[in-house]
Write a protein that binds this ligand. Structure first.
Ligand code: UTP
Length: 284
């Protein structure tokens, strides 16, 4: 079956980004001139996916509005013949793209958020993209994962090698010689980690992940971890890693977000060269 649907879990509280995220979604923070969520939706679209499912929560209304028609704005731009800007606005949601919104009533973890999409996904394989991880590459990272899914008909997790002293920040996977996952551990200590392959915010899952999620025992705060569900899935199905090509920015973190703005600002067609001159002037 083809991967036709993508899930974007956007119901987290974004506490690492306070005070910005008290009333506004962190996914709507802009990198140069586009909200983070738009980059990730574009990645899914450029990977051939047309059905976008957002798992949202309180304070996330702006995400729905961003992907909705804004008749007054479009009318105004049309009347004033601002064709270029009209194109910019219309490209946010191309006509052949559908958006679905599901509420996660309480932020009970990433696994729980993915589980909220079960009814919309049904029995199909699907992609999960975490908007915190902004990926930049000519061949979209999600399409690199879909290639591996198509070859094996099995779940795929996007990974990147990280320095050993950083493994404590990530889910770390162990693999065999065929790139099959043999184990996954959330935030291991450097001396206990079995590899330096870090889970990096992009996944393709078979629908069986939902059964695995329903078997997860919630943690102390009621949180259901996606990592635990993957571990359960491995008992009945193979899953593979894809060491993807591309640059990753952690936009859920203030420093990662600043780096994304600087690097993508430098690459921006209109602003790049002036921004570079200015950065050189202020260099300390
Ligand atoms: P994070 O733990 O990185 O996001 O979850 P967070 O909770 O929003 O951020 P901090 O740590 O408090 O700053 C990873 C992804 O899972 C989503 C988040 O929105 C983010 O995209 N998520 C997390 C949910 O949708 N629901 C949850 O209950 C938890």
């Amino acid at each position: 079956m083809k991967v036709r649907k993508a899930v974007f879990p956007v119901a987290g509280l974004g506490t690492r980004f306070l005070p910005a995220t008290k009333a506004s979604p962190k996914e709507m923070l802009t990198v140069v001139d586009k909200p983070v969520i738009q980059y990730v939706v574009e990645e899914a679209y450029d990977s051939g996916i047309r059905q976008m499912i957002f798992v949202t929560g309180r304070t996330k209304r702006a995400i729905e509005d961003h992907f909705d028609l804004n008749f007054e704005l479009e009318n105004e731009l049309e009347v004033k013949s601002k064709k270029e800007l009209l194109g910019v606005v219309r490209r946010i949601k191309p006509d052949d793209m559908s958006c679905f919104f599901v509420r996660q009533e309480k932020p009970l973890g990433l696994g729980h958020a993915v589980g909220c999409a079960r009814e919309i996904i049904g029995k199909e394989p699907f992609a999960v993209l975490l908007p915190d991880d902004l990926m930049v590459n000519d061949i979209p990272v999600t399409s690199q994962l879909i290639d591996i899914y198509d070859k094996n008909d099995a779940s795929v997790i996007g990974v990147q090698e990280v320095p050993l002293d950083q493994v404590e920040r990530y889910g770390i996977v162990q693999i065999d010689d065929h790139k099959r996952i043999t184990g996954i551990v959330e935030k291991p200590k450097a001396n206990e980690a079995k590899s330096n392959l870090a889970v990096s915010g992009r996944y393709i899952f078979t629908a069986e992940i939902f059964d695995a999620l329903s078997e997860v025992t919630p943690g102390a705060l009621g949180e259901i971890q996606l990592t635990d569900a993957i571990q359960i899935l491995l008992k009945s199905q193979d899953a593979y890693v894809k060491k993807f090509e591309g640059k990753r920015y952690d936009c859920g973190d203030k420093l990662g977000y600043l780096k994304a703005n600087v690097e993508l600002g430098l690459q921006h067609d209109e602003l790049g060269s002036e921004f570079k001159d200015w950065l050189e002037k202020i260099k300390i």
